[in-house]
Write a protein that binds this ligand. Structure first.
Ligand SMILES: NC(=O)c1ccc[n+]([C@@H]2O[C@H](COP(=O)([O-])OP(=O)(O)OC[C@H]3O[C@@H](n4cnc5c(N)ncnc54)[C@H](O)[C@@H]3O)[C@@H](O)[C@H]2O)c1
Length: 329
């Protein structure tokens, strides 16, 4: 297949680009390299176009140069806290730019898309595991921007036969098994890389926000899904996508790890003490979020290769040790 991948220089996108190249697909990446993307992360078998999704002329021009079969759409902003203070940035990039991308796709006859959605579309859930039929009531502009795109995709599937899949990922984590691709965002705000900054000597300790949640060890539980497992599920989704069909799947391992368990895994993997400081809860952090992935397993034949936290942290540590300052470019 010929695939156009937005945000393919970012964390999840770069692993998916590699998965698609390994499977023999032809890949063109569009990334502005300003909000999380790295030139070095793009597989050398793919073509990188440096530019912004908001540049409709560039997007349309690129799409019309090649006979693309499909789009994978990763480009977005995803800092949940920032989205609360800067909602317009999030609606502009995540919603308006996606609408513009879909207009270009329609104009150029590209009829299939896989979209990076999120468990944040479910909002403040009190039940775990999360199934796809649970109501989506996102509580942040980020979550709402992603849900809005799901609505747009559903409507386009009905109106002009777009084939679309929304993959609602839980916590993307880990790094490529060969240690060459990994997570590098500045400032960092994801738990595993923050913990690993302690053994790297870049931070003195790790803060635990809330140790009094109604969970087995009192800390929040999240579903950590390895970034290469996200690569596989994207490939399976695009290869099976039918025209006119809108699908949506939760993508997680089906069980969670608590903050304390992740810290303990990092201690085991790194051999470092990693001091942890308990601090008050943060607003809006539900106690437990993990997926019921049975729908994606049943319908796409997907299975996570990294079902537990320890090997996930191991891959992350390999990457961070080899790239303590992140990518060179
Ligand atoms: N990381 C997670 O845990 C997680 C969880 C759920 C969903 N997601 C979704 O997955 C996708 C990828 O996340 P990530 O962690 O890889 O983030 P990332 O920031 O590493 O990647 C996003 C990429 O998109 C690019 N980009 C952003 N806006 C752009 C624009 N206007 N034009 C061109 N390029 C642009 C960035 O430069 C970056 O390379 C996002 O859509 C995110 O919402 C991520």
């Amino acid at each position: 297949m010929r695939i156009f991948i937005t945000g393919g220089a970012g964390y999840v996108g770069s692993h998916c680009v590699r998965e698609m190249c390994n499977a023999g697909h032809h890949v063109v990446v569009l990334d502005n390299l300003t909000s999380g993307g790295h030139r070095e992360a793009v597989d050398e078998r793919a073509t990188l176009v440096v530019g912004d999704l908001a540049d409709a002329e560039l997007v349309r021009g690129t799409l019309s140069e090649d006979r693309f079969d499909a789009v994978m759409h990763f480009a977005a902003m995803l800092n949940v806290n920032e989205s609360v203070s800067k909602p317009l940035r999030y609606y502009q990039n995540n919603v308006s730019n996606t609408v513009s991308l879909l207009q270009s796709m329609q104009a150029c006859g590209v009829g299939k898309i896989v979209f990076s959605s999120t468990c944040a579309t479910y909002g403040d859930v009190t039940v775990a595991p999360i199934t796809e039929d649970m109501p989506q009531h996102p509580i942040t502009p980020y979550g709402r921007s992603k849900l809005a795109v799901e609505w747009v995709l559903r409507d386009c599937a009905a109106a002009w036969g777009l084939g679309a899949t929304a993959l609602r990922y839980f916590n993307a984590s880990g790094a490529s098994s060969d240690g060459t691709l990994g997570e590098d965002r500045k400032p960092e705000y994801h738990l595993i890389p923050l913990i690993l900054q302690v053994p790297l000597g870049q931070r003195a300790d790790i803060k635990i926000f809330g140790a009094d949640y109604p969970t087995p060890d009192g800390t929040c539980v999240r579903d950590y899904i390895h970034v290469e497992d996200l690569g596989t599920v994207h490939r399976l989704a695009i290869e099976s996508q039918q025209a006119g069909e809108f699908r949506f799947y939760n993508v997680g391992t089906g069980h969670g790890a608590s903050v304390r368990e992740v810290i303990e895994a990092a201690r085991q993997v790194t051999g470092h003490e990693i001091p942890a400081i308990e601090t008050p809860r943060r607003e809006g952090d539900p106690p437990e979020l993990y997926a019921d992935p049975s729908k994606v397993i049943r319908e796409l034949g997907w299975q996570p290769a990294y079902p537990t936290i320890l090997p996930i942290v191991e891959t992350a540590w390999n990457w961070h040790q080899a790239h303590p300052k992140g990518y060179a470019s």
